[in-house]
Design a protein around this ligand. Structure first.
Ligand SMILES: Cc1cc2nc3c(=O)[nH]c(=O)nc-3n(C[C@H](O)[C@H](O)[C@H](O)COP(=O)(O)OP(=O)(O)OC[C@H]3O[C@@H](n4cnc5c(N)ncnc54)[C@H](O)[C@@H]3O)c2cc1C
Length: 435
């Protein structure tokens, strides 16, 4: 990433001080912490933002009153006299002047909440630029909609080619997530991820709990395992037929309530080697592009998933969890069987899900939404994240990552926002930037 370590180390605390909090550890997370240590994911590193092997408690953007603090709050440190924020503006494309040797960014076309189109044009100064931060899916899509991307892809959509770059939308990665469900005989408080195990196997182990508040609640919404927030995406759109959706809805009715009375232990593969790509389905920015991540196409990713599930099962069987959940120590078969039934994606199940951990991994894979890539450094942007081959256009978001940083990426993405802001100001103003 060509990062300046000193500025990185100043930028993380800048974010932390404003919006990151120490979590109040939920009982499920305490039992999980003790069990991780019990099965050898050690040492215990306490509450820390550092990414180090062992078990730790990380920071959260929820404060002690349960209020969420987002990156938007970081804008409060800006100078409001010099900042205009349009919150219901959807950029449709970047406009280029193609009359010179290199395409030059001129501005953007955007529409407001009423669908009316506008243009925002750059001042004619050398330091003026457009900075794209539409995210790992949005930025490659926006570049292609604006005419920067693989020629065949652009021509297929009849988009005039501004600059051919075959790497736009390539090298898309998503860290596969697989989970096992751990039932409980005791009422479990809801908890999001607070404790994490950073293993030397190349997998991170995390946990979440409390989605079975009532018999009904599991049918409509169960937190990070809900299809409603994206898990249906684990099968390609064309295969998302009405029959499959119907089967999914029915499957949700048959969910084993027992599984949701506790919580789940999930594993996320660090740095997946399997990659995929994005392609446009339409030229409408409101339509999602088609994305393939090719989960587990590399055998090393599958091997790590299997290792991770083994650790997760040991954690579930640890005496700390058994004491906490007031259940008998679950057998491997019971854990896998219940998890395969409770897991909601549309991938068809196989009878050997409970025998072959490889099959279990493939059939129950879902996303943890840490997808990244599509505009890699050296391929689509240079080391200052300026788009190669065009002037006055930069990308600052997860699309430039070749790996998702940390156990969970958003701290680093926010750090990068601050980092690049300071870098750009220093470049433009030198010591007058005052930072
Ligand atoms: C459901 C979910 C849960 C997650 N949980 C966690 C977690 O617990 N911890 C963690 O660390 N990470 C988590 N992540 C991952 C984290 O949110 C992302 O890695 C991070 O937000 C990526 O930052 P980004 O700046 O690359 O993109 P984004 O945060 O996606 O920002 C892109 C922005 O661009 C806007 N945009 C896109 N296209 C246009 C357009 N055409 N015009 C105008 N605006 C546009 C989008 O509305 C969005 O605001 C989660 C993600 C999801 C989806």
């Amino acid at each position: 990433m060509n990062w300046d370590a000193k500025l990185v180390n100043e930028s993380f605390p800048w974010v932390e001080k404003q919006i990151v909090h120490k979590p109040m550890l939920a009982p499920w997370q305490r039992a999980f912490r003790d069990s991780l240590l019990d099965v050898g994911v050690s040492p215990f590193n306490g509450f820390t933002y550092d990414h180090i092997f062992g078990t730790k408690v990380g920071g959260t953007i929820y404060d002690r009153f349960g209020r969420r603090h987002t990156a938007a709050e970081l804008l409060a440190t800006g100078n409001p006299q010099k900042l205009t924020v349009l919150i219901y503006a959807t950029v449709q494309r970047v406009i280029f002047d193609t009359s010179g040797k290199r395409p030059k960014t001129v501005g953007v076309v955007f529409k407001d909440e009423h669908g009316n189109q506008h243009q925002a044009l750059l001042a004619d100064k050398p330091e003026s630029e457009v900075i794209m931060s539409c995210g790992a899916i949005g930025t490659p899509q926006m570049l292609m909609l604006s005419g920067v991307g693989p020629r065949a892809e652009l021509e297929k959509m009849k988009i005039p080619v501004v600059l051919e770059n075959e790497f736009v939308g390539k090298g898309m990665s998503d860290n596969p997530m697989n989970a096992i469900f751990v039932p409980s005989n005791r009422r479990v408080q809801q908890s999001l991820i607070q404790t994490v195990g950073i293993t030397k196997l190349g997998v991170y182990i995390e946990a979440s709990s409390g989605y079975g508040q009532s018999q009904d609640s599991i049918h409509c919404h169960h937190g990070i395992m809900s299809a409603e927030i994206g898990q249906l995406s684990t099968i390609p759109p064309k295969q998302r037929t009405p029959e499959k959706i119907e089967a999914y809805i029915k499957g949700k009715k048959d969910l084993p309530y027992e599984a949701f009375r506790g919580g789940f232990i999930l594993e996320k593969i660090a740095n997946p080697i399997s990659t995929g790509h994005i392609s446009l389905r339409t030229t409408n920015v409101d339509e999602n592009p088609s994305i393939t991540f090719n989960y587990f196409s590399h055998p090393y990713d599958l091997r790590r998933c299997v290792e991770g599930i083994r650790v997760a099962i040991k954690v579930a069987q640890s005496q700390h969890f058994v004491n906490y959940t007031q259940c008998d120590k679950p057998t491997v078969e019971k854990v896998l069987n219940m998890s395969a039934k409770a897991n909601v994606n549309l991938v068809p199940r196989h009878p050997n899900d409970t025998v072959s951990l490889e099959q279990f991994c493939k059939d129950t894979v879902i996303t943890i939404w840490h997808y990244h890539g599509g505009c890699h450094v050296g391929k689509v942007v240079d080391t200052k994240y300026k788009v190669l081959g065009v002037d006055r256009l930069r990308v600052v978001d997860g699309s430039i990552f070749t790996e998702s940083p940390g156990t969970n990426p958003q701290a680093t993405v926010m750090m990068m926002g601050r980092y690049m802001g300071v870098k750009i100001l220093r470049e433009r103003l030198g010591s007058a930037a005052g930072m």
